[in-house]
Design a protein around this ligand. Structure first.
Ligand code: 5AD
Ligand code: SF4
Length: 473
């Protein structure tokens, strides 16, 4: 079956499950781990489940169907999954909960083996290439009363037209490509998500146009390596259907920038080695593209970067940052950093601190290196002892927090454009919004402002948020 036929086939299973569920008030809950791509996948899972007649509940223990959407980038997610499964065992015995586990972890054989052995009550295992088959798999579980394992190793195709139930009515994520070809030596993603596959420009643009019509204001374009969008097609001369002259990430940004109603465009994650000039120009020229760029550093030492297979040096990274700062007015940066990669010496770690000081990031996502079975990093000598990893992590955290405090101070007295996103979760009298640089701003105001772009003056800073007041432009 080609992808289009496959989706039609799944829609028939959606109808079949819906008929079975009619009038039974069935519910589902999803537990999502990991990155924004996984969150977007969970929205697709929700879309399918809702069309099958399930209503969403937050508490896993209440639901008739529980879906875990797993991540395997770091070890702690595994402990979390097994803990939750342990909690559900008794509940399942009492009320017959259907338990499904999907996502990246399911592409790892040692994990699925462990689940089958230690948690045999799980009904359905599905992988990253079989998400679209949930309706059929669930149907089999319900009707045949048989456990299903639906995991494929081969690279998935691109499936369009799945229903989707989005978390927000204002901000939407749109996956533009799946998979990764980079094989950074610490990272499991290329093994569990397969090779890069770009969606057709037309499908992406039409999805964003439809979102704009529904009132969405902010779009985040997602991919493991967004700036290699359509690269395979260009380099290997693979024909693809062009649309509005889009043939690269830069031209995609330009096309989306033209869509009426959309106010902001963000994207994660680009790879520094692929940050070409045309993308920098597009960011500068497209007024809706936020000037906060997430530029994963991973490590500041050239020798660690080489071991990580990142394909840039410390100097090349810093040059890129300088070029971007010089070209794009009001540019801000965020990054990902791993501490304690095998062989990282004290001097190497200090190079990381040096880059953090030089660049002055708005936000740093910090990770302790986690050995992943099957990656080159796991087999390297000179693994770093846990206490040293933690000690370095804490030193980095201290520097990052000091930087954030100092950066926040520079916001006081400035005017910022914010998108008002809703009521504050901690104080219903207040509203929250975000700046272009993704800082949370809390302000007094009325509910009519929700969904609007406003200018505010920043009056004070509180580490994790700023306070502001609405002013005229
Ligand atoms: N250990 C720790 N952090 C990791 N990341 C990816 N793999 C690992 C690992 N094995 C981090 C990287 C990446 C982010 C999504 O997760 O910093 O950019
Ligand atoms: Fe992992 Fe590197 Fe690919 Fe990012 S670019 S998903 S860190 S292999």
């Amino acid at each position: 079956m080609n992808p289009k036929q496959e989706i039609e086939n799944q829609k028939q299973f959606i109808q079949k499950v819906k008929e079975i569920n009619q009038g039974k008030n069935k519910t589902y809950a999803i537990f999502t781990m990991g990155c924004q791509l996984n969150e977007n996948d969970s929205e697709k899972m929700s879309g399918m489940l809702e069309e099958m007649g399930y209503d969403k509940v937050e508490d896993l223990k209440e639901a008739d169907v529980v879906v875990f959407n797993t991540c395997c980038v770091r070890e702690n997610a595994e402990d979390k999954l097994f803990g939750k499964l342990g909690e559900l065992k008794k509940i399942k015995e009492e009320k017959g909960t259907i338990i499904a586990i999907g996502g990246c972890m399911m592409q790892e054989k040692h994990i699925t083996d462990k689940i089958k052995e230690s948690y045999p009550f799980v009904d359905l295992l599905f992988g990253t290439h079989t998400l679209h088959k949930i309706p059929q798999d669930l149907y089999e579980v319900i009707v045949q009363k048989q456990k299903q394992e639906d995991i494929m190793d081969i690279d998935g195709k691109v499936y369009e037209g799945l229903p989707i139930k989005r978390e927000s009515e204002l901000k939407a994520s749109v996956t533009i490509m799946n998979g990764c070809n980079n094989f950074c030596s610490y990272c499991i993603v290329p093994y569990v998500r397969g090779r890069e596959r770009s969606r057709h420009p037309k499908d992406i643009i039409q999805e964003v146009e439809a979102l704009a019509k529904k009132g969405y204001k902010e779009i985040t374009l997602l991919g493991q390596n967004v700036n290699s969008y359509l690269r395979e097609e260009r380099e290997k001369h693979i024909p693809f259907e062009t649309y509005q002259n889009v043939n690269s990430f830069a031209t995609l940004l330009r096309a989306i920038n033209k869509i009426d109603g959309i106010e902001r465009i963000r994207f994660v994650s680009p790879h520094p080695k692929d940050f070409t000039e045309d993308v920098i120009e597009a960011i500068r020229e497209c007024d809706k593209v936020c000037k906060l760029i997430h530029l994963p550093l991973q490590a500041g030492s050239t020798s660690v970067l080489k071991q990580m297979n990142r394909k840039y040096t410390k100097e090349q990274y810093l040059e890129l940052v300088e070029k971007m700062k010089a070209t794009i007015p009001h540019l801000t940066l965020s990054t990902d950093i791993i501490v304690g990669f095998p062989g990282e010496t004290e001097e190497d770690f200090e190079e990381t601190l040096d880059v953090v000081k030089k660049v002055g990031y708005e936000q740093v996502y910090m990770f302790i290196y986690s050995r992943r079975v099957g990656t080159p990093g796991d087999k390297m000598e000179h693994q770093i002892p846990e206490e040293i990893k933690h000690e370095r992590f804490n030193r980095l955290k201290e520097l990052v927090e000091r930087n954030i405090y100092e950066t926040n101070e520079t916001y006081i007295g400035t005017k910022q454009r914010i998108l008002v996103e809703g009521k504050s979760k901690t104080n219903a009298q207040m509203l929250t919004g975000r700046t272009d640089s993704n800082k949370v701003v809390v302000l007094e105001g009325n509910d009519e402002w929700i969904g609007q772009m406003l200018t505010v003056e920043i009056t004070s800073q509180h580490m994790w948020y700023l306070k502001g007041e609405k002013v005229e432009k």
